[in-house]
Design a protein around this ligand. Sequence first.
Ligand SMILES: NC(=O)c1ccc[n+]([C@@H]2O[C@H](COP(=O)([O-])OP(=O)(O)OC[C@H]3O[C@@H](n4cnc5c(N)ncnc54)[C@H](OP(=O)(O)O)[C@@H]3O)[C@@H](O)[C@H]2O)c1
Length: 334
Amino acid sequence: MQLKPFGQTNLTVTPLGLGLAALGRPGYINLGHAKDLNHSYDVTAMEAHAHTVLDAAWDAGIRYFDAARSYGRAEAFLASWLQSRHIDPTSVTVGSKWGYTYTADWQITVPAGQKHEVKDHTLPVLQRQWQESQKLLGNQLNLYQIHSATLDSGVLDDTAVLTHLAHLRNTGTVIGLSLSGTGQADTLWRALEIEFDGQLLFGSVQATWNILEQSATAVLTAAHEAGLGVIVKEALANGRLTTRNQAPDFQPQMHTLTHLAQQHHTTVDALALTAVLHQPFVDVVLSGAAQTDHLLSNVAALQVEWQPELAEILLGMGEETAVYWQTRSNLPWN
Ligand SMILES: NC(=O)c1ccc[n+]([C@@H]2O[C@H](COP(=O)([O-])OP(=O)(O)OC[C@H]3O[C@@H](n4cnc5c(N)ncnc54)[C@H](OP(=O)(O)O)[C@@H]3O)[C@@H](O)[C@H]2O)c1
């Protein structure tokens, strides 16, 4: 896989990256997560499983890895993998995130009224989580992102937080933000206005973009043109763009996708990822695979030939933004 510059940062990335949200903890919101882990939640077994998938990603050429403080032990599993494989810090790019604290206590579901992760975008959380991330990843950590920044969380107006992020940027860490929900575009437009010392604070953005949810296209294009590195997450709509999606109301689209995949000698997931890989504003597309065979099926996206007729059909499958995010929020933790 070809290494390329990550926006105008000093980092390099590969077109596909691996996200560790499904590998670092027993519970996650995507289709079929419980089955992926074979219902085996022993910490040592989960660490070994994460290392197996990371090995497969490395062998496939993937050199960008995405974690977060709230992904259970994802940072720790990534750190132990990097160490045990003697991976030179300069040969990979590692991003993590702060702003959510993992509170699921290694459970798949949590009691009513409790949460899997608690959001808090204030300075004390940034300072605490930065120390925690540093302790695990040290100089391997290249990119630190606000986890799911929104306008209403106030984080983009919090001078104390922004000043601290500028300090981290000035000491060598690329600062980014990830986005979620119907307000992705508005949040990023606001983030693109924030400067410190005559320079944009944010060097990268991680957003949801896939053939069903394309509402951030214009702002991601602007971010890319402004020099930000652009990471796309949820490129498979959390598994909805894979053959495991049996939802009756999605079967007409699945029929089209399956037919096209056959025509192009590929898989449905690879086809959906190809559409993202070919957007001009995209630097890295995350695979969220928790199984090696799924990861390899995702990597096959790099072989699919992108043709105008294919683009027209795939990009014509967009859903209304509000409907997309409502469907997303109905996915259960499993
Ligand atoms: N706000 C944020 O910052 C934020 C939010 C969400 C995600 N992320 C990042 O983005 C990454 C990717 O997100 P995601 O995992 O939610 O989204 P995704 O890539 O859209 O979906 C991943 C799902 O697709 C399934 N899948 C992939 N290939 C498959 C195949 N060939 N057959 C069947 N199923 C297949 C995976 O199954 P298996 O697990 O069985 O392989 C998993 O359930 C995360 O790991 C995380 O790093 C960030």
